[in-house]
Design a protein around this ligand. Sequence first.
Ligand code: GLN
Length: 496
Amino acid sequence: MSQVADTALTLLERLKTGETTAEEVASRLLARAETLRALNVFVHLDGDRVLEQARAIDARRKAGQPVGPLAGVPVAIKDLLCVEGEPTTCGSKMLAGFRPPYDATVISRLKAAGAVLFGKCNMDEFAMGSSTENSAYGPTLNPWDQERVPGGSSGGSAAAVAADLSPLSLGSDTGGSIRQPAAVCGVVGLKPTYGRVSRYGLIAFASSLDQIGPFAHDLRDTALLLGVISGKDPKDATSVDAPVPDYLATLDQPPARLRVGVVREFSGEGLDPEVGAAIEEAVRVYQRAGATIVDISLPHTRYGVPAYYLVAPAECSSNLARYDGTTYGHRATDFSPKYPGEENLPPLLRMMMASRSEGFGAEVKRRIMLGTFALSAGYADQYYNKALQVRRRIREDFDAAFEKVDVLIGPTSPTPAFKLGERTANPLAMYLSDIYTITANLAGIPGLSIPCGLTKAGLPIGLQLLAPAFAEQSLLQIARVFENATDWHTRRPSLS
Ligand code: GLN
């Protein structure tokens, strides 16, 4: 079944030799998407638009015109990236029917590279969640076990690659939303350094943490897609003007140094024993490859989740204030007074309140309330400002660690994919899915998850690798040492 989509690079090879066409590839994947509809990977997939793009690329190639590095390759897009004229919902009822008037920078770059945009992927509403169950459009199912979640919030993007519905996809990661779904869906997922990829056209959740990144089957494809989307963008003041190396061409160069730090705090309570065993095996793989293994402590790790759940909600409460029913998004039609005292409020205010009550789901409302409280006068010092101090300590932990090692490794997710509904009633249990991923966002450093095992029940396990800011090149090279020594990245779920 891995023959259906292959990797992007094998596909590119076959497109170049004329063995297949972009249209053929696209139609085959559209048919497969139809067969695998029950997975609920896409919230929007317009077959005609997909085929139209594919035919345009085929025509260019046939005419001998220059084509980009992704010419004819399907890329599925998380539904929080603006694509001109295409529905973009962010997994929310609030944005039902919204069609952005412009492309996100990453989308313009994909178009320029000749990629075929292959649908909009399901996600937790406004990227808040770890299971894709917070989507207003129903959960995505994990292709490895359809009773389980695909992780989140980029669950649709991870499942799209895992189920061979698209060789590549884009997601976003604010506290783990690329790496955790990649881990539990058995694919590669990379959160680049904050500032590596432009966020222009990414619908904001927490602007100081959000970053866009690739999903793929392996590191060669990951390197290829990262190269296409990286770089300075005048439309995003936080994007950084640092050189973009040729990640793909340099992937197979041996890493300059191979000092691997094993994070002490990324084990212990809450860590599934089978995940723990797979990580220990990964350490042995590096040992056999000649790496120096160093025991590393990141003492402030345990404050990561509490700090994140102040910083992220604080930023979201501000970012989501724009959804008030006045300019775009959901607008309530009935805003007659329903609660005592409401009749004294001006109708405009009642319209805003009703629109927000109807448009947002429970988790989004919880975050807005948390954030508004944490920022309110009299509490900001105790909560928000305290969280910023903790954030600084977490960054200092990483700075100290990277004096001694080139990469830090540990589990991506403390457990394999959990059952649908298992954590929905308990927000804290859900939040703890991200204990190992959240600190990288707070520090702004890049993080990668690669497949490193399967449980006895056949569920994928992910190995997380963290590197200093803008060290994506060596991060990928060091991960490649593991990928070359193992075959976990070639495993696929058995789907009809
Ligand atoms: N699961 C985390 C949250 O719910 C992280 C989400 C993300 O990275 N977008 O906020």
